[in-house]
Write a protein that binds this ligand. Sequence first.
Ligand code: NAD
Length: 316
Amino acid sequence: MNEKRKIVLVGTGSVGMSMAYSFLTTGGIDELVLIDVNKEKAIGEAMDLQHGLPYARSNITILAGDYSDCKDAQIVVITAGVTQRSDETRLDLTARDTVIIKDVTENIMKSGFDGIIIVASNPVDGMAYVAHKVSGLPTNRVIGTGTLLDTARLRFMMSEYLNISTSNIHAYIMGEHGDTSFVPWNNAYIGCKPLLNLLDEEKRNLEDLHNIYVQVQQAGYEIVKRKHSTYYGIGLTLNRLVQAVLNDENSILTVSAYQAGEYGQEGLYIGVPAIINRNGIREIMKLELNEVDQTKFNNSCKTIKEINKTIIDPLL
Ligand code: NAD
């Protein structure tokens, strides 16, 4: 990778700008270029961030640019998207987003870009699939945020429930970033202790775990109900993923990764734990799923594959 840590952001809406703003406090990048179909918005956002730089922790070059800026970027983050119209179904929205992500990816690749694409636009498993198909980049270099935000929500809620630091909660949400996600509880640990053993010892109710999952699954809807959209959580999630790549961390993060048979499924992007480093997805971490969880995973794959086949593929 180049010395300069250059990130291009495509889509300067609430999600993209939450990530952008977070870099002013965490640092970790040298240059951030903002692109949006609404060019004036990208310029205004760049100006606003630039004016905060004298009080920021790190010195980052922030510019509004165009797709030619992708050429020497290490990472392009895609957060472009459209709002659901009142007369529109989720599937109609997926079709419109597919057209956008296809167009964005083509423009990125025309620049000669040869780095890593990170996709947050929804439905994220489908949009990562679009970016992979259209870019022709190796599967390890196209990453969807997948269930990384869901996993953060899970760790936060379990931390509150158990009164243990989030950093010691080793539990993942897997599957679709959506209604068919699930938690493989048998594979969850608190520190080095299996979660189920801990609950047993503390005489806690297993039903509580189910309630925690439901709260995680509903979290997005609950936030949208109150403030129309969610962005800080996903902004920090994107920051975390970008840093894992740039710092060559080999960190385990639940991202949307291309399946090549690791969990018995192929040809789709879906949320699984994966080792992330400077090459993107180094490898998918294979957990031993019990029969119930494998069925849930297969069900999630079925949902995503159906959308890929009926809505996305015909548009590519
Ligand atoms: P937003 O409407 O605030 O911003 C979207 C931006 O994309 C706008 O600035 C718009 O001008 C831009 N855009 C639209 N078409 C474009 C194109 N062709 N090229 C370049 N830019 C284009 O929306 P938001 O709240 O920032 O959400 C962005 C996306 O992130 C949505 O798809 C949303 O569902 C998704 N999201 C994902 C997660 C997750 O966990 N993966 C969480 C929250 C939101």
